[in-house]
Design a protein around this ligand. Sequence first.
Ligand SMILES: [Zn+2]
Length: 489
Amino acid sequence: MTRRRARRASPAPRGAGADGPRRRRSPLVPAAIVAVVLALTASAWWLCTRPVVPLARFADQNVLLVTIDTLRADALGCYGGRAATPVLDRLAAGGVRFDFAHAHAVVTLPSHASILTGEYPFTHGIRENSGYRLAPGRATLATRLRATGRAAGAFVGAVVLDARYGLNAGFDHYDDRLPVGHVPTAISMPERRGDEVVAAARRWIEAQSGPWFAWVHLYDPHAPYAPPSPYDTQYAGAPYFGEVAWVDHVLAPLLDEVRAGTRPTLVVVTSDHGEALGEHGEMTHGLFAYEPTLRVPLILAQVGGATGTSHGTVSSVPARHVDLVPTILDLVGAPAPGDLPGRSLVPALAGQDSSDRVSYFEAMSASLNRGWAPLGGVLAGREKFIDLPLPELYDLATDAGEQRNLADTARVTDRMYSDVAALLSPDQREELETMRQQMQERVEKERKRRAELNAAAEAALKAERGNAEGKAPGPTPVPATAKQPESRN
Ligand SMILES: [Zn+2]
């Protein structure tokens, strides 16, 4: 964490008596001088030790939320990555870059639902990309920011965030237009290029007269990796990083525009999940929850208006997607919702909140689609526990690559959450226990639902076969509930 330089002490102002009649020095003067010196010393100490917080509360500022799909934190230049990302690096250099930020899910729809509602997946109820929809009436960031008088517009780049899945709740403009004629495959979904999404967002922003909230979703880094020129040749051997460099490039006009605005804009940039790129035996994302897919970039900065120039800072405060709604509401001066699990990151940045934050995560796709064991887990401090039949425990402080499973050798020797909870405060234990119970209840419900669907499909298939036996032979009927190609987005 960087520290503000002590302000250079100004020369003591000349007293009124310097040019006026000389007065007899009061015996109280030395005491007053001592008091002033002590006060100056104290304030200099405070200025030296107070953490820099380049974020201020502005009631009427705009809010720009940018979610870059499939962007692993360590791909960005400012995170030490191999993609050239000067636009986001510049943003981070004037704001706060969180070095330990995490998602709660590793696929697109559940993760965006957490970003927008401020709730964990077991609460907002979306556990996978397909088969789920946000329940009508659930409050989102758009709902809450519109209540403060802001217009709310969304511009999404892929069909997985189509309005039909319910994330349009609260937005008065939800632009999910996509090119027609694209046939989805296992890894390729209908999508819109980032420059087109940004152009649509800019047109809407330019038409606003009052404060606004815009959510811009850029899908480009998602597989298949096919960056446009010149990024295709510049990153010929590493096209994923070419996509990241391209998406950084397309953000430039949007950030330039809000920088030039007369009203300040709070810019929040994060991703819904990362990309494994072969680590831990996973090529893309969705199966596991190791750091390449669970850890996300997070940059908060204020630009435009009278925000001036800030020196950026890097924060090691654990940041979670569920913290984004409380943090954004805090910075626009809106009341904090009391029913959300997240907390504003602003007090922690100011050194006023050093309490540990436990973070829940899950990867449910393989359980729901293939019958694998449900994968849940928690981050507590720098310890990461993955709850599977063969449990995994990693100390990310010393093993960021998650190579040494401590579950067999350390304090935690079985897969019960309560063992991890024993390391935590009573409040954290309660939070963990609630998470575990809710997750198990939901998983049980999902299993039952799937079993009922499968039984119905089998019955329908049997009945059709029975009917076909008495007729001329034809093609084998396919049940209406037959699985579509799975995709992880
Ligand atoms: Zn995604």
